[in-house]
Design a protein around this ligand. Structure first.
Ligand SMILES: [Zn+2]
Length: 355
């Protein structure tokens, strides 16, 4: 029996109950209301924290976790599930961008945050102190933003702790998403990386493109979350076998070096966005200066498959144009000379993924 009350701030759920509400987070120059659903099972089990809305303009994750929160019955839950559909209210409600309109900071670059820092750093610290630090498992949901095409994938980071890495790998493979991309180090300010450094089994789940809010994608994502919760033992098994996965490792992230108009060369189908395989040196696209027509050709710094790419026409220096991954060969990790520098050419904090 679980007889512990589940509490986050002023919100409490007794065993066998579900509580919905908001908890106020003080960000220094402003306060924000963080919506939460607490599902406190009657039976023992892990504590699973699920967030969406770390970025604005990523609608389907928010839709999906609200549906999941509606659906979870505390009488069926082993352990506890905390669902936070809007982790970053300023970015979600005002501006719909990856950066917060409050201070221009990307929340998913500053975890685990700083309680004495700027507003977004304080928000990161609040989310860790109130949600992630008490969790056994952390699932952060994203999708391709309004300017981004994306292939579905699950991401996680290796920490060097074999038990944690094994548990996280198995979790990553439990969503029914075929492609799992791992980062070889748990560095940087991404939510799942920072959580992994704290010993939490943490994954990034990416489903959907272009900020679309289509219901089938949301439902697919709810199904994936339910499958993962069964894998974790939070919900009873239904006897289904796990779907096969393919493991990848990031090979390159490409950012714009000039402002201008982005014309990708990798194949973009208007509906399906078929993004091809590339070899090192392939032309990824061109950035054209709208004033004088100057062209900057952008090459792939490594081969691989594009897992997400810039769809927006207008880009500024530093904008992420594409991220590539190659099939993972675990043996290559022990022979670093044979593995291209992971994350070569990537932005500072990820093995490629801004999502
Ligand atoms: Zn995102």
């Amino acid at each position: 029996m679980n007889d512990a009350t589940l509490s986050v701030g002023s919100l409490h759920a007794q065993p066998g109950t579900k509580a919905r509400g908001t908890v106020q987070a003080d960000l220094g120059t402003l306060t924000v209301d963080i919506p939460l659903t607490l599902v406190n099972g009657t039976r023992p089990g892990p504590r699973v924290v699920i967030t969406a809305g770390v970025h604005g303009g990523e609608f389907t994750p928010i839709d999906a976790v609200v549906r999941l929160a509606d659906r979870l019955d505390p009488r069926e839950v082993h352990g506890q599930v905390i669902v936070c559909p809007v982790a970053n209210p300023p970015a979600v409600y005002q501006g719909r961008l990856n950066i917060s309109p409050v201070d221009g900071v990307n929340l998913n670059r500053v975890f685990p945050g700083d309680p004495a820092g700027g507003p977004t750093e304080r928000l990161a610290a609040w989310l860790f102190a109130h949600l992630v630090d008490g969790a056994d498992v952390y699932i952060d949901l994203h999708c391709g933003g309004i300017d981004q095409v994306l292939r579905d994938f699950v991401g996680y980071r290796l920490t060097g702790d074999p038990d944690l890495d094994k548990a996280t790998a198995e979790l990553a493979g439990s969503f029914g998403i075929e492609d799992v991309i791992l980062g070889l180090k748990a560095d940087g300010g991404n939510s799942h990386a920072a959580a992994a450094r704290r010993g939490v089994a943490a994954v990034l789940v990416e489903v959907g493109s272009l900020g679309q809010r289509d219901e089938p994608t949301a439902l697919r994502r709810v199904d994936g979350l339910l499958t993962a919760l069964r894998h974790l033992g939070v919900l009873d098994q239904d006897g289904s076998a796990p779907a096969p996965i393919r493991e990848w490792v990031w090979s390159a992230g490409v950012t714009a070096e000039a402002a201008g108009l982005w014309y990708p060369e990798f194949s973009l189908d208007a509906d399906a966005y078929v993004i091809g395989e590339l070899v090192e040196g392939d032309v990824l696209g061109r950035i054209v200066d709208p004033a004088d027509g100057t062209e900057h050709t952008v090459h792939a710094p490594a081969g691989g498959r594009v897992f997400y790419g810039m769809h927006g026409l207008t880009v500024a220096p530093g904008a992420e144009l594409a991220a590539l991954a190659v099939p993972w060969d675990p043996d290559a990790v022990s022979r670093p000379d044979t593995l291209r520098t992971p994350g070569a050419g990537l932005g500072s904090d990820e093995t490629a993924h801004r999502p």
